[in-house]
Design a protein around this ligand. Structure first.
Ligand code: GRG
Length: 288
């Protein structure tokens, strides 16, 4: 895992090489190269490995996924959204570079990410596969994915919502990118048959579980543990898994969902210690 993280970081550094105008590249580098867990790109690489593929075919897409994730974090922290001061253990992008540059840094990351996939995926990868990965990338990012989840999340603040709406938020705001990461890894590895969909289901469950863990840690975690200000969700009157279900059920559901993610791997004979460990780690970090 350490070696994969180093590989991802080295490639992100290369793709984000400083250019003119320097301040926008600096702002992009500031958030992307900060201390993130790199969970989504790790899942993409490991899915490819579990399907017997070459991880070099997936590295550009894995980095693009991290860029998209960082864009969503930069924009999520803006005063017009969650208005956060800290992220990844440092001041948020707009606190350092100002709101206009933070918006533009997010925009630039979102435009750079698919270009990284197009320019740096090895020529040996089938072009039809590449096109479908790009299509799924944009779907995961847009109104049918993260944006859709964020819109419904914002609209739901200070309001009572039903369980279907709540699940829509979780699955789209967080789940879609995990799902895409796992599926893209399989597709770029050349996997066929059941494996891409099985890994997509694993990713979807892991994403859902990850948001439950994030909601639990917002209540129980410290700033050092989570790298951002705790207690923001209740301050903003957000609908979270904990506000919806209480802490006890949140913990039990988190454990059960991670177990069912591992069962998908088992049923589909997907051999990867790391994918199992990721599921266990999400539980371990949030359930004390
Ligand atoms: C994607 C086009 C586009 C726009 C963005 C602002 C927005 C629309 C969406 C917000 C999405 C969001 C921030 C969801 C929360 C997901 C989440 C749990 C983030 C924390 O992820 P970690 O803990 O963070 O993996 P690190 O810093 O470790 O990478």
């Amino acid at each position: 895992m350490k070696r994969d993280i180093e590989l991802i970081n080295a490639h992100l550094d290369k793709y984000l090489e400083l250019r003119y105008p320097n301040n926008i590249w600096e702002a992009m580098r500031y958030s992307v190269l900060a201390k993130g867990k790199r969970l989504r790109p790790l899942i993409a690489l490991e899915s490819a490995r579990a399907c017997g593929g070459d991880i070099n075919n997936v590295l550009p897409a894995a980095c693009a996924i991290e860029m998209l994730h960082c864009q969503s974090l930069i924009h999520d922290d803006l005063p017009c959204m969650d208005n956060d001061d800290y992220r990844r253990g440092q001041l948020t992008n707009h606190k350092v570079y100002g709101e206009a540059i933070a918006v533009l840094a997010g925009d630039a990351l979102l435009s750079l990410a698919p270009r990284v996939i197009i320019k740096h995926t090895p020529d040996s990868v089938d072009k039809k596969i590449l096109l479908s990965v790009l299509d799924e990338f944009f779907k995961a990012a847009g109104a049918m994915g993260i944006v859709g989840g964020q819109v419904v999340d914002i609209q739901s603040e200070n309001r009572e919502i039903n369980i279907e709406t709540f699940n829509y938020i979780l699955n789209h705001k967080t789940g879609e990118l995990f799902k895409f990461a796992a599926r893209a890894g399989a597709l770029l590895a050349g996997a066929t048959g059941e494996k891409p969909d099985a890994l997509a289901s694993y990713g979807s469950k892991i994403g859902y579980a990850f948001q439950i863990a994030d909601d639990i840690l917002d209540v129980t975690g410290t700033i050092d543990e989570i790298g951002k200000t705790p207690g923001k969700d209740s301050k903003l009157n957000k609908n979270t898994y904990v506000s919806f279900h209480g802490i006890e059920k949140s913990e039990t559901d988190l454990i059960n969902i991670c177990e069912s993610a591992k069962k998908i791997l088992m049923r589909n004979k997907i051999k990867s210690g790391l994918l199992y460990d990721i599921a266990d780690n999400i539980v371990m970090k949030a359930v004390k």
